[in-house]
Each structure stands twice: as structure tokens, then as C-alpha cells.
Design a protein around this ligand. Sequence first.
Ligand SMILES: O=C(O)CCC(=O)C(=O)O
Ligand SMILES: [Fe+2]
Length: 222
Amino acid sequence: MAKTEMIPDKDALARVGEAVRARLKSDPQVYQIETDKAELFAVGDFLSAAECERLCLMIDLVAKPSTLHEEDYSTGFRTSYSGDLDPLDPFVMGISRRIDDLMGMNPACGEAIQGQRYLPGQQFKPHNDWFYTTEKYWELERKRGGQRSWTAMAFLNEVEEGGETHFTEVGIKIEPKPGVLLLWNNALPDGTPNEGTMHAGTPVIKGSKYVITKWFRTRKWT
Ligand SMILES: O=C(O)CCC(=O)C(=O)O
Ligand SMILES: [Fe+2]
């Protein structure tokens, strides 16, 4: 017992990993990005142009300097502006439900959708979306739904230059294209955190970049 390191939520991460993987693989509108480093999927036209526009306007209303558990805005690690979209807004609820349905996720496990806006020079440096369970913040997150399982992220606009989502371990840079949804499993099939999911929002050089992100927990998010 004591020999193996304790990985919080490992079994739940393995279970949800398997269920979502099976569902995405059987859906003809979902494309799997070829790599053995991470489970990374994409849907070409998940959001319509009108939905993207409406989401961008909503983001402008809630966006404030992004915060992170470990880093203050002033460190430059995540310099975008972001904010949660109102989870009770019927339009937001509809988008959120469509993401849940696509993945076969329990709606209770999804965090509120977060909107994010990057202006020239702004970025989100390489990071993993899963929580470091040795950090102090884990005490809080453990009780708020536990470890993050999958991430769903959609691009909302055309960026003139820069702003790619760079999966640094996989070695792929995904260019923002409005309406495209990316999905990835933050864990390996056995439920341990996957270092191969390391990713960054590279600096926007020209124009602006808008995205929405929905992170899923292994248990009910509160
Ligand atoms: O903006 C991006 O391309 C990445 C955003 C991101 O890493 C996240 O929302 O977790
Ligand atoms: Fe991320």
C-alpha cells in the first residue's frame, strides 16, 4: 500500500478518461489530433459565427486581469483578461450543455465557462490545467470538485497574428479559428496527470484573441 504514491482522484480520472475518449472517437464530427503524447481532439464548426460574436461581447463585459493560484498578474505568466460567463444566462447554458453532451460529461462536474481575451503582447505561458496536489491551493480545490479531468476550449475569432495554442510537449501549434473547439484529457489512461498536455497561449502579435474554456472536475464542482 505505502509503496505506490497516492494520486488523488486517479480512479475517477481513469474512468472519465475512458468514457469521454470512447464517445469522442465514435463521433464522426470529432477529429483526433495524431500524437501519442496526449489525447487531443477537435471539432471544426462547434460554434456558429453569431455565437462566437455574442460570446466575445459577453467576455468584454466580464474580463478582468487573469488570476492564477500560484502567480500574480504582475508576474507576466498569464497576462490575458478573463472572467466567468454567467452560468444562469440561457445562451451560456445552451453552449455549456452542448459541450457536456458532446463529451458525455456529467453537467455537475463542469466549472463555469470562463471567457478570456488577449490583446497584443498578452499570453498564457506553458502550463498544465491539472492541479498540483502538493500545493497549498489543493486543499481548497480538493473540496471543490477535485482534480481536473478534461478541458474544452473554443476559439471565438480570427487573430491577425500570433495567439496559437502551443502544446509544447506534443509539438503542435494550433492556430485560432473561430468556432473550433479543442478537447483534451489532462490525465493519462491510468488516471495520472499527463505532463504531455503542457500548453501555452502564445503572445498575440496583432489583433486580439478571444476564447472560452470549460474545465471539468472528477466530482461535483462547487
Ligand atoms: O489561450 C489559449 O490558447 C490557451 C488557454 C488555456 O490554456 C486555458 O484556458 O487553459
Ligand atoms: Fe490551459
